[in-house]
Design a protein around this ligand. Structure first.
Ligand code: GLN
Length: 512
């Protein structure tokens, strides 16, 4: 393979996966290690080290998550218009490294500053690496979803290891004899910086195999000539991103602004997209509308799914025993990492199943996969509801059954999340690839936001009148009632999507 490889050469690969997917797999794996490593430390660090109240820590955590995914829209937009995917990745990765180094130097003094760099950096990195995976496939290649499923396994491998290691080092559960207490958090944040560096080094050394994929777009002059992107635009982008750092610091620090931000960013993004759509022909426009339908449904999906980080972690702490198939395990640990664990094994297998079904011409199309994703999500939430039937009088219930529910939810995630990445690349025109991927993740920002609102609503439903039951038993009933409702909404969404399938087919045209 060499620099002279054309897009054709890359896309005409033989076998199940293109070779280049592995370098993207590893870069994304290390990036997610760093991201989830960091994310896993936030709430604990804020409460334990910065002495924030629980509610405050949760609000600020929610704000960072909303901002991270909201910045993917800008990251995607600047990649399409100015930087190209490779430079965006490099710039985003560098910002993430800088953010983690700032945190490693003095996590107490520079906490929000470090986080702000990481937030913006992720916005430039995350959507654009996913878009590059899409470019490895020719339009209509039935192996695309399998590629994204494999890539998704990489995401979760990084998430699992990073999510465990960083916090364990910070808290002193790991290497406590080697690292003295005063330096544990610095080492943990430093580890996030180090693995992000591996991600970038891996990318720099393997990017030559990507042929023309992700190169900087050309500027089109008024007379239609293609020239190099003016340097001032590129440097202007870098300066602008730096200028945003204090804005993010301010907004995370003042969480009231998160709501205003959430109310404005989505509509603005949509207005901009509508403006871009006026430049498209009617066939391209229909595909973008179909992409927007998928994006809309993904808000609902993640609003339900993301209970994992919120109400489900409270549920795990209060209501689950520590016995998983005879092993003694922390139920919160299972809640945090069980999904990623299942995905690592199931995602590649599911990918192979899609390829096999495509060969037999029985592969479900994207609308069906999304519908199935919702139905499985719903079934998983009904299973969470079902945990109440295993409860004792103090509200303790089965971790085994909870983990089964997690497995069903994860199967749903695999029918929707990687498939969503794939369909964004299939439905977007060449000049909107980054932005549409950004929109897909922007939906996740709303999903996180909605999840928080739903979780808060559920925690308030408990009756004021004493029931005579143990308080944990009442909590179990309140939460599982909520999960039953969410299960029903998910199933309804799945059915609606499947019913929309004929209309979606028309909008998607030849795309499956
Ligand atoms: N867990 C996946 C990831 O980290 C999906 C995130 C999302 O879209 N909300 O990439």
């Amino acid at each position: 393979m060499s620099q002279t490889q054309t897009l054709e050469d890359i896309q005409n690969f033989e076998g199940k996966y293109p070779k280049q997917i592995w370098s993207l797999f590893f870069s994304e794996m290390w990036e997610r290690f760093s991201f989830y490593g960091m994310r896993g430390m936030l709430v604990f660090f804020m409460i334990d080290q910065l002495n924030f109240g629980e509610a405050q820590a949760n609000l600020q955590y929610g704000a960072t998550q909303a901002f991270v995914y909201a910045f993917t829209f800008l990251g995607g937009l600047f990649a399409d218009k100015i930087l190209g995917f490779r430079k965006s990745l490099f710039w985003g990765g560098s910002m993430m490294i800088l953010g983690s180094i700032i945190l490693a130097v003095d996590p107490h003094a520079y906490f929000f500053l470090g986080i702000a760099f990481t937030v913006i950096g992720t916005g430039f990195f995350k959507p654009n690496i996913s878009t590059m995976v899409g470019y490895l496939y020719k339009k209509g290649d039935s192996r695309t979803d399998a590629g994204f499923s494999l890539f998704y396994a990489g995401i979760n491998l990084g998430a699992l290891i990073g999510g465990y290691l960083c916090i364990a080092i910070g808290k002193g559960h790991l290497l406590q004899d080697t690292i003295d207490e005063a330096h544990r958090w610095s080492v943990a944040f430093g580890l996030a910086a180090f693995v992000m560096l591996i991600s970038l080094v891996n990318f720099v050394f393997t990017k030559r195999h990507l042929g023309p994929i992700g190169l900087q777009p050309k500027e089109i002059t008024k007379d239609g000539k293609e020239i190099r992107m003016p340097l001032w635009k590129e440097i202007g982008t870098y300066i602008l991103t730096f200028a945003m750092v204090p804005v993010i610091v301010f907004m995370i620090d003042n969480t009231d602004y998160t709501a205003y931000f959430m109310y404005t960013v989505g509509p603005l993004a949509l207005i901009y997209l509508f403006y871009e759509m006026t430049k498209l022909n009617s066939s391209e426009r229909k595909k973008i509308i179909a992409a927007l339908v998928f994006i809309f449904f993904s808000i609902l999906f993640f609003g339900i799914y993301e209970q994992a980080g919120g109400s489900l972690s409270i549920f795990a702490a209060k209501n689950l025993n520590s016995d998983l198939l005879g092993m003694h395990l922390d139920p919160n640990g299972v809640n945090n990492s069980g999904g990623a664990f299942f995905i690592i094994f199931i995602a590649p297998l599911l990918g192979l199943l899609w390829i096999w079904m495509a060969k037999k011409k029985i592969e479900p199309n994207t609308v069906m996969k999304f519908g199935l994703g919702f139905i499985l999500l719903g079934a998983g939430y009904y299973a969470l509801f079902g945990t109440r039937f295993f409860a004792d009088t103090v509200g303790m219930t089965s971790l085994d059954f909870f983990t089964f529910a997690l497995l069903v939810i994860t199967l749903g995630e695999l029918c929707l999340s990687p498939i969503g990445l794939s369909i964004m690349t299939k439905l977007s025109t060449a000049n909107l690839q980054g932005m549409m991927m950004g929109m897909w993740f922007l939906a996740s920002a709303y999903g996180q936001y909605v999840a928080g609102l739903l979780g808060a609503a559920m925690s308030k439903t408990r009756s004021e009148v004493p029931t005579g039951n143990h308080p944990n038993y009442d909590a179990l009933i309140a939460y599982t009632d909520g999960y039953k409702d969410l299960g029903l909404y998910a199933v309804i969404a799945g059915v609606v999507l499947i019913a929309l399938s004929p209309l979606m087919k028309k909008l998607m045209q030849e795309v499956r």
